[in-house]
Design a protein around this ligand. Structure first.
Ligand SMILES: NC(=O)c1ccc[n+]([C@@H]2O[C@H](COP(=O)([O-])OP(=O)(O)OC[C@H]3O[C@@H](n4cnc5c(N)ncnc54)[C@H](O)[C@@H]3O)[C@@H](O)[C@H]2O)c1
Length: 408
């Protein structure tokens, strides 16, 4: 009988044509031979497909989680049974979380892959013994890139890192469609409530927020957006959403989803304004968008259900999903982004890792873009996989687009 983790991995693999094509080439060319890859990512089925692709390329792979609640233990077991060093465990505490990152660093990786930058942070601050061997790294998410750019600005980043998140083939699809669909799916599976007719408040109208807002509206929700950036707020307005500050939105919202990557978005100023039964969730990287310590301090009682903590405050019930952690991954039923989306994101990861393996020593310490050729190549592979055909520029068009003397 096949292990449930192995079944999940095989299920995902069948819908990952782009990563599979890369894996076939890696098996033949072995571009990662001699490299040890240290990873801190959400350990679930799609990630396992990336791990196996990198191993097929000749690398030794060491992996742990990048969030205490996002690991799927059966998938972690399946990776271990397949000979991968995997230290991730669902529900670990902070000490165990960093101890597992340390185990990855004990292998002295030559390349690293992060989602949120906890591993790179650890190696620069506490595990400098592992620093000299690292040729370069890749970072998966917006929050990790923010932290890396801050580190670079302070002159503290000591090796090159490819900003996988920032390339179109990642954030146009992963952040928008991936977070949009999976956050809502996870909320619906956890709460069993109807979105149609509900006031859904989406905090932040960036890539993730736009995905969540658009897909919630498609399900019949009445969506309100909160923002701090006037251009993004106006974009939300022209996209047909109500825009208001959180203090106003707190009074009308039935379901709240934070997607800002910033801290203290829903706080003690807002909870007392909310209706009883309000549901709070976060899809941003860290669990600091909702002020959970305030809830804990002011609640007269807390009830725990699977994936839901209910805080009773002045007789009102405020429900918090997944302890304020990434709702699409951290609820017991959260499966993370849809497979097809991760096919693209992890194809970018695999080819960026190959690029760093080849060119890392020539790159300066700092944050680097994914080369455009990699991005376009992945888009072409995916278009071929879905059977779409593309036009090509004619010589006349190419000349026209590059000239300045064709006027009226
Ligand atoms: N859940 C997932 O699986 C998943 C996937 C991708 C990214 N992320 C994470 O989601 C977060 C957002 O990513 P993104 O790519 O959408 O970033 P983004 O920068 O495109 O969007 C963030 C938006 O939040 C707004 N914002 C900042 N502070 C705010 C505040 N106080 N109130 C209201 N709005 C505020 C910003 O103006 C911006 O428009 C990051 O933490 C990222 O790492 C999560």
């Amino acid at each position: 009988m096949t292990h449930t983790g192995e079944q999940k991995i095989q299920w995902a693999q069948q819908y990952m044509p782009v990563l599979n094509a890369i894996r076939e080439r890696f098996e033949k060319e072995k571009p990662l031979t001699g490299h040890r890859i240290g990873m801190a990512l959400h350990v679930e089925a799609k990630t396992a497909c990336l791990v196996r692709t990198l191993a097929a390329g000749g690398a030794e792979v060491y992996i742990t989680g990048c969030n205490p609640l996002s690991t799927q233990d059966d998938v972690a077991d399946a990776l271990r049974e397949g000979g991968i060093a995997c230290y991730a465990q669902r529900g670990c505490n902070t000490e165990e979380y960093y101890a597992a990152i340390d185990k990855v660093l004990d292998a002295h990786p030559t390349l690293t892959i992060d989602d949120g930058m906890d591993l790179i942070n650890r190696v620069h601050l506490d595990r400098r013994d592992a620093l000299p061997g690292i040729v370069g790294a890749c970072e998966e998410t917006t929050t990790g890139i923010h932290r890396l750019r801050a580190m670079e600005a302070d002159g503290k980043l000591e090796f090159p890192v490819i900003a996988v998140n920032d390339t179109p083939m990642k954030h146009y699809f992963d952040n928008v469609h991936g977070t949009g669909e999976s956050a809502l799916a996870s909320i619906m599976l956890t709460t069993n409530v109807l979105l149609a007719g509900r006031h859904v408040v989406v905090a932040g109208y960036g890539y993730c927020g736009r995905g969540v807002a658009t897909k919630a509206r498609a399900l019949g929700a009445r969506v309100i957006v909160t923002e701090i950036d006037p251009r993004r707020a106006l974009q939300a307005h022209f996209d047909g959403f109500d825009v208001m500050c959180m203090e106003e939105a707190a009074k009308v919202g039935d379901l709240f989803i934070t997607t800002t990557g910033n801290c203290s978005i829903i706080t003690g100023r807002h909870f007392p304004l909310m209706k009883s039964g309000a549901i709070l969730s976060n899809a941003g990287h860290f669990n600091n968008e909702i002020e959970i310590p305030w809830l804990a301090e002011h609640a007269s009682a807390v009830e725990h259900r699977d994936g839901i903590d209910t805080y009773v405050i002045d007789g009102k019930k405020i429900h918090l999903l997944a302890e304020g952690r990434l709702v699409n991954l951290a609820t017991p039923k959260g499966m993370g982004h849809p497979i097809e989306v991760m096919d693209l994101s992890f194809a970018v990861q695999a080819l960026s890792v190959e690029y760093v393996a080849k060119h890392g020593r020539e790159l300066a310490a700092g944050v680097h873009d994914v080369p455009t050729e990699i991005d376009e190549y992945i888009a072409r592979l995916k278009l071929a996989a879905v059977g779409a055909t593309l036009d090509a520029l004619t010589a006349e068009q190419e000349e026209y687009m590059c000239s300045w003397n064709h006027g009226t």
